[in-house]
Write a protein that binds this ligand. Sequence first.
Ligand SMILES: C[S@@+](CC[C@H](N)C(=O)[O-])C[C@H]1O[C@@H](n2cnc3c(N)ncnc32)[C@H](O)[C@@H]1O
Length: 278
Amino acid sequence: MLTTAEIFDVMRGDSMNDWVGGSDPEAVGDASAVIMRRLLPLHNGTSRVLDFGCGIGRGLVSLRKTGLEPSAIVGMDIMPPVIDFCNNYIRPNLNNTWFELINDKNDHYDRFISQSGGKGREKLALEYDNYFSDGYAFSVFTHVTKEDFGGLLKFISSMMIPGGRFLLTCFELNEFSRYMINKGQSIFPLDNHVMWEDGNILVGNESDPLGFIAFDRSLIEKMAWDAGMAITKVEYGCWMGGGIGSSLQDVMICTKLPELVAREEVKMTPLVDRTNMA
Ligand SMILES: C[S@@+](CC[C@H](N)C(=O)[O-])C[C@H]1O[C@@H](n2cnc3c(N)ncnc32)[C@H](O)[C@@H]1O
């Protein structure tokens, strides 16, 4: 059995850590875990958690390191070597944890996929229909096309329970981030950026559009809503400059629309009697 510290040591010695963003894997994973513990209602024993685009499992191992013992935690990714890594070093050492290879494509990561395999979105959607109570995707929606952004949200939403919360990181175009980018303040080198689709999409470099891609807020809201989810919280990241943000990328919570209750079952906040107030 490997401890979480030993799993991180294996990650440090593996070149795949660079495929998923580099830096010290434990520091990156721990930073993600802090955000998840703050923004997701995770519970020992009952939560069923999806790690979408899990890579080599940096966030997942750190999340378990915080003491979380969910009833299930499932990592999914399209790159066979990272899923092999997770099956070799994480699955045998962390209970209630398993991994799925998705048979899918991504122009930014296809160079690491030498042979196709795994399960398609439809098959996984059936197997995990309404299964996950919580989920997250770190640095995945920063590397997908508009079509995949919307399509993946629909796929993920189908696997979440009503009211389930899904945390994703992305780059949001809004008045402030556009202003900061245009004034050269973003902490990413975006001097060669180009705008697509009437200015609703920004790519950092057209030679590798999925290396850095940002979407207009209204577009993200529409894609989430079309997937049966609503954006219920946003924490902006420091990527746009100006010293704002507690993390690098923007963090969004997408909540799958909950089951509605009868009007008479809605718990109203009691009105305060103010007649005797000074
Ligand atoms: C920058 S890495 C981040 C990995 C991991 N979330 C982490 O924080 O260490 C992005 C990951 O998203 C995965 N990915 C890209 N497109 C995907 C898709 N369509 N479905 C699932 N995973 C995808 C990549 O294979 C890669 O492992």
